[in-house]
Design a binder for this molecule. Structure first.
Ligand code: NAD
Ligand code: UGA
Length: 466
């Protein structure tokens, strides 16, 4: 059996997964050259920027690792063909968004970027390659990639592996360094086994061998979708209970604690919120729903679709709560939003609850003032405009974005906390109260503030889930 020694890696896609994952591989494998390539010149320029504050992604610990490896054995470029040609192993780490057109619109994954990568690899490859699916893909995608590669080139052998990524944003570096498990799916023939070994030996540089698990290709692809579906299901489950808590004087954190101490349930992912966001939960569940439907499994599809519907309900009822509490109208009232990112410690805003809630409030003619420590005005406007709810000019006139939380609350009728940034807990709420219109309302969609303390100051407080 010939052992494959990987010397050169190419990763196609320099995004939230490709960037941090390859930085950690380079950091832990100094003998391997890691080339991260992307079609976006802008993104690559940011990855190469001297000032590490300008990296395209904010992620605790990332800048330090990039600084230790960049231009030593970690390189960012737009030279996709050259990088593919030189690589022994190629990671496909491009985006796989929900399809916005044609068959499967609104549910199925759009695999056009993945297919483009496969065609590009087929066009350029001159020697044997291991191709690794790092993107989250529908079960059996490896079959498509294999067909494209094997029908395009005759004298080159390709082994396809599935190696889904489980990192969460905001904790990506920690998740990569101390992964609960690494999953590698591959074929059971000798060539497949050698490929699995080659990838496994890279992770073994820092992950204990017993945490690297191998499966067939299809179990690996499906497990990634199922992991996200189960995590999102827990959030929707506890959010459904938050509504019941509000009706019954129960407290959702107390319920979470009480059930989470049962070791069969476990305490994680039971934090009730204004709804889960992020680029993947909704898209991956909808993809699971689409796959189930395509096999005629309607009951399975409906079961999982409910997780997404509950999430939409949770966001929508939060907006309604603001409107009814503010005497049934927010027209021309100023509402300050604390937090635009979909969770703390990231600058990512994809599917953030804040987008939907701000959009619904603008529809009611509210004026929205926004403060987020890591998200720019440009990004906020782009997020709102992408919804196509109205003329972009109206969006621009309806929002103002601030660098200071205190400036953002001047003359506001209400504050809505939509991201759980730690700094929101420690603000001087006496000062904030003084700056606001009276009565001053605070809607805590993340359950981070001390309700009693704020009520003592004079705020009218709604804390979701109690
Ligand atoms: P992203 O949008 O941040 O990055 C994808 C990058 O791929 C972009 O920079 C884009 O320009 C580039 N790209 C697209 N097509 C290309 C091509 N043909 N050639 C070269 N570059 C190309 O996406 P992401 O968040 O990094 O997600 C990537 C994949 O990883 C998705 O399938 C996602 O579901 C999965 N995933 C994401 C996370 C996460 O936390 N974001 C975690 C686990 C898995
Ligand atoms: C999630 C998974 O946790 C990762 O394992 C997975 O790799 C990734 O999706 C992916 O495939 O993209 P991520 O979306 O980055 O990671 O962040 P999470 O920590 O999972 O949070 C998702 C959303 O759920 C956030 O809006 C968060 O605020 C919310 N959430 C999470 C809650 O409302 N309550 C909780 O108890 C946990």
């Amino acid at each position: 059996m010939s052992k494959i020694k990987i010397k050169n890696i190419c990763c196609i896609g320099a995004g939230y997964v490709g960037g941090p994952t390859m930085a950690v591989i380079a950091y832990k494998s100094p003998e391997i050259n890691v080339n991260v390539v992307d079609i976006s010149e802008e993104r690559i320029k940011q990855w190469n920027s001297k000032d590490l504050k300008n990296l395209p992604i904010y992620e605790p610990g990332l800048a330090e690792i990039v600084s230790a490896t960049r231009d030593k054995n970690l390189f960012f470029s737009t030279q996709i063909d050259k990088s593919i040609e030189n690589a022994d192993m190629i990671f496909i780490s491009v985006n796989t968004p929900t399809k916005t057109y044609g068959i499967g619109k609104g549910q199925s994954s759009d695999l056009k970027y993945v297919e483009l990568c496969a065609r590009n690899i087929a066009k350029v490859a001159k020697n044997n390659k291991i191709v690794v699916e790092k993107s989250t893909l529908p079960v059996r995608t490896a079959d498509t990639i294999k067909k494209i590669l094997h029908n395009s080139v005759s004298n080159v052998k390709f082994d396809i592996l599935s190696n889904p990524e489980f990192l969460a944003e905001g904790t990506a570096i920690d998740d990569l360094l101390k992964a609960d498990r690494v999953l590698i799916g591959g074929e059971s023939n000798q060539s497949g086994k050698n490929a699995i070994k080659a990838l496994s030996s890279i992770y073994e540089n820092w992950i204990p061998k017993e945490k690297i698990i191998t499966t067939n290709l299809w179990s690996s692809e499906l497990s990634k979708l199922v992991a996200n579906a189960f995590l999102a299901q827990r959030v929707s489950s506890i959010n459904s209970i938050s509504v019941l808590c509000e009706k019954t004087e129960a407290n959702v954190d107390e319920v979470s604690r009480a059930i989470g101490l049962d070791s069969r349930i476990g305490s994680k992912f039971l934090k009730s919120s204004v709804g889960f966001g992020g680029s993947c939960f909704k898209k991956d569940i909808l993809n699971l729903v689409y796959i189930a439907k395509s096999y005629g499994l309607d009951e399975v599809a409906q079961y999982w679709e409910q997780v997404v519907l509950m999430n939409e309900y949770q966001k929508n009822r939060f907006t309604k709560k603001i409107i009814t509490t503010l005497f049934n109208t927010v027209s021309d009232k100023h509402i300050t939003i604390f937090g635009w990112a979909f969770k703390k410690d990231t600058n990512d805003t994809r599917e953030s609850a804040a987008i939907k809630i701000a959009d619904e409030l603008i529809e009611e003619n509210a004026k929205i003032k926004i403060y987020d420590p890591k998200v720019s005005k440009n990004k906020i406007l782009t997020d709102l405009n992408l919804l196509k709810s109205r003329d972009p000019k109206i969006n621009e006139d309806s929002i103002s974005v601030y660098d200071s939380p205190y400036d953002s609350v001047k003359n506001s009728h209400a504050i809505a906390i939509l991201t759980e940034w730690d700094e929101f807990i420690d603000y001087d709420y006496n000062k904030i109260f003084d700056l606001m219109v009276k009565p001053s309302f605070l809607f805590d969609g993340r359950r981070i503030i001390d309700k009693n303390l704020l009520e003592k100051i004079g705020f009218k407080v709604y804390k979701l889930g109690e």
